[in-house]
Design a protein around this ligand. Structure first.
Ligand code: ADP
Ligand code: MG
Ligand code: ZN
Length: 602
């Protein structure tokens, strides 16, 4: 670094000093130099046209027979003004530029000063990050608090009561270790918090620290892993050394999957560093003699990739699952966050909880914040239902765009959305339409929303079939109205959803004629279908059968919806007219219109 500073800094300093002086005085650039004596000669010869004087330097515009026209630079003597007299008598133009005061001052002081300060800053920075840093590589970067002031207590964490209860034990131990040790109880050394992102794992760890009021070390898994080999391991060693000195205490390792991945699974075997770090971590956790009162809490959302050795009893022997909140938990979380916000008493948090299936705690916190921002933008003193509702829409589907101009495309989208909504309304076992809208959000040019009555964790086959039919309703409406040649790419998302659903019905839920078999495993989250893997024993033949089943199911559903759309063409036309005009129809309006139209048709 020092070398760098010298190599770059000094020339820069010199250059800029010269450069700025020139610039500040705004001199024309001289192409050559001559002595004062030559200047006098030149004047005598009548070759000088003009003299510009900048303090003690003159720029002379001259054209001699040998050199031609030139700007020439001349240093003027301090105590002589012969040249001036001569110039006067020869009628040569003389112009004196007094360099303006502040520019002069600036060029003399400020700029060098800035550069010097800059250099000092550079030096000090390089000193702290390199010179001293070199000695500190292996020092743990953990943020350490002697008395944890996270400001978060158990009351701030809502909706994950079981996890809280389990951790309350840990807190009880930390507060009074001797009591437990006296009975011979051994408290787990490690607690692993497992759950999807945003469910409050980090928050929970902070709450434990707040409650237990013991020293608290917190570090993120990724901070162990650096570009220098061996650093991670020594960081771990250092962290545990410090922790033992401060026992009883808590060590919190967030996102432990960054270090704790399955060893030997790295592609190309370039993961030695991470393995060393992990080995060190395992050693340290084994190494507590008896119980030194260091409790390690780690959090991850990828327990599936963790090394088996980490999960063995004696290390993270306790796993606490922090799951996605259900309606009741969502309500509890909303209540916690609503405390800090001004919310109109008419806003029903129950209703918000019902509408937010699939939201994690972080999403809910974010939702209320968005609503608050909206309320401010609308100049309200309190958050009303409208803001909350709009914020939910925004969190789910993105910002509202500007509506389309009336035209063929808008009409087609109106039919598409009406197709979804009408199918849902006509089928008996599908959640009701909440609203249909032609106002675009993200890539969606129109949207149909359905009310989520409650989290249904058990869904019947006929309900799933209805979901597939509703998802296909958009495409079916397009085809029924505009013909099979005019259908658009707008249905691609719907088709993806339908295919996913059908596939899972065949491979996971045993709802096809292949029978009640599990043929695929992977991601727990129903319907997302990410990371799905076929079971190893599934043969080529069965794969072909799965495909055939999926295809058959989707085709059957599509045929039914297409029929439904064709039979309800008149109803659809009427709904589309209304939707084109109003751009958004809420569920009640929509159902009334359907009822009216059906009466007219019959
Ligand atoms: P994770 O670590 O599980 O990914 P965080 O603990 O970082 O999630 O949660 C992020 C934010 O979401 C928290 O700061 C908090 O505001 C909110 N949050 C998440 N879960 C809860 C919960 N159960 N109760 C209250 N707030 C929560
Ligand atoms: Mg976290
Ligand atoms: Zn659609």
């Amino acid at each position: 670094m020092w070398k760098n500073v010298l190599i770059w800094g000094l020339p820069l300093l010199v250059l800029s000093l010269i450069g700025w002086q020139e610039l500040a005085n705004q001199m024309p650039v001289a192409t050559s130099r001559m002595t004062y004596g030559r200047l006098l000669e030149y004047m005598q010869m009548g070759w000088v046209k003009r003299i510009d004087v900048y303090e003690r330097t003159a720029l002379v515009e001259a054209s001699s027979p040998e050199t031609g026209w030139q700007w020439i630079r001349v240093d003027l003597p301090v105590n002589s003004s012969d040249w001036l007299e001569q110039a006067k008598s020869l009628h040569i133009d003389v112009d004196v530029h007094a360099a303006s005061n502040w520019i002069n001052w600036a060029s003399n002081w400020i700029i060098p000063l800035v550069i010097i300060v800059g250099l000092i800053w550079l030096l000090s920075r390089s000193a702290s990050s390199n010179t001293a840093g070199a000695l500190n590589f292996g020092k743990s970067k953990a943020r350490f608090q002697m008395v944890a002031k996270t400001g978060i207590m158990f009351d701030d964490v809502a909706g994950i009561e079981e996890a809280k209860e389990e951790l309350a034990e840990v807190v009880a131990f930390l507060k009074n270790p001797t009591k437990f040790l006296a009975v011979g109880a051994s408290i787990p050394k490690g607690v692993l918090l497992v759950g999807p992102p945003g469910t409050g794992k980090t928050l929970l760890a902070k709450a434990i620290a707040g409650e237990a009021s013991v020293p608290f070390f917190s570090i993120s898994g990724s901070e162990f892993v650096e570009m220098f080999v061996g650093v991670g391991a020594s960081r771990v060693r250092d962290l545990f050394k410090k922790a033992k000195q401060n026992a009883p205490c808590l060590v919190f390792i967030d996102e432990i999957d960054a270090v704790g991945r399955q060893r030997g699974a790295g592609i190309g075997g370039g993961n030695d560093e991470r393995e060393q770090t992990l080995n060190q971590l395992l050693t340290e956790m084994d190494g507590f003699e008896g119980n030194t009162g260091v409790i390690v809490i780690a959090a991850t959302n990828r327990v599936d990739v963790l090394d088996a050795a980490l999960l063995r009893p004696g290390r993270f022997d306790r796993q606490i699952v922090v799951s996605m909140p259900d309606v009741k938990s969502r309500l509890a979380i909303l209540k916690v966050h609503a405390k800090k916000k001004k919310i109109h008493p008419q806003v029903s948090l129950e209703a918000v909880a019902r509408r937010t299936a699939g939201f994690a705690g972080a999403d809910l916190a974010n939702l209320l914040n968005e609503a608050a921002i909206l309320a401010v933008r609308r100049n309200f003193k309190q958050i009303t239902w409208k803001e909350v509702d709009d914020a939910i829409d925004r969190v789910i589907a993105g910002m509202e765009g500007t509506p389309m101009m009336d035209g063929k495309i808008k009409r087609l989208i109106a039919y598409h959305e009406t197709g979804h909504a009408l199918t849902a309304t006509l089928l008996p076992n599908h959640p009701p339409v909440q609203k249909v809208t032609l106002i675009p959000r993200r890539q969606a040019k129109g949207l149909t929303w359905f009310t989520q009555e409650n989290d249904r964790d058990l869904i019947s086959k006929s309900q799933l079939m209805s979901m597939m039919m509703v998802a296909l309703g958009g495409r079916a409406a397009e085809e029924a109205v505009f013909g099979s040649a005019e259908v658009t790419t707008g249905a691609s998302n719907d088709l993806q959803q339908v295919t996913n659903l059908a596939r899972q019905m065949v491979t996971r839920f045993g709802m096809s004629s292949l029978g009640p078999l599990c043929l695929e495993t992977g991601n727990e989250e129903v319907f997302l279908g990410r990371d799905m893997r076929l079971m190893p024993e599934v043969s080529e033949e069965v794969i072909a059968q799965i495909d055939a089943q999926v295809r058959g199911m989707i085709e059957a559903c599509y045929e039914k919806v297409l029929e439904l759309m064709q039979a309800n063409r008149v109803v659809m036309d009427l709904l589309v007219e209304e939707l084109m005009e109003k751009e958004t129809l809420d569920g009640k309006e929509f159902r009334q219109l359907v009822a009216q139209a059906v009466m007219i048709r019959d």
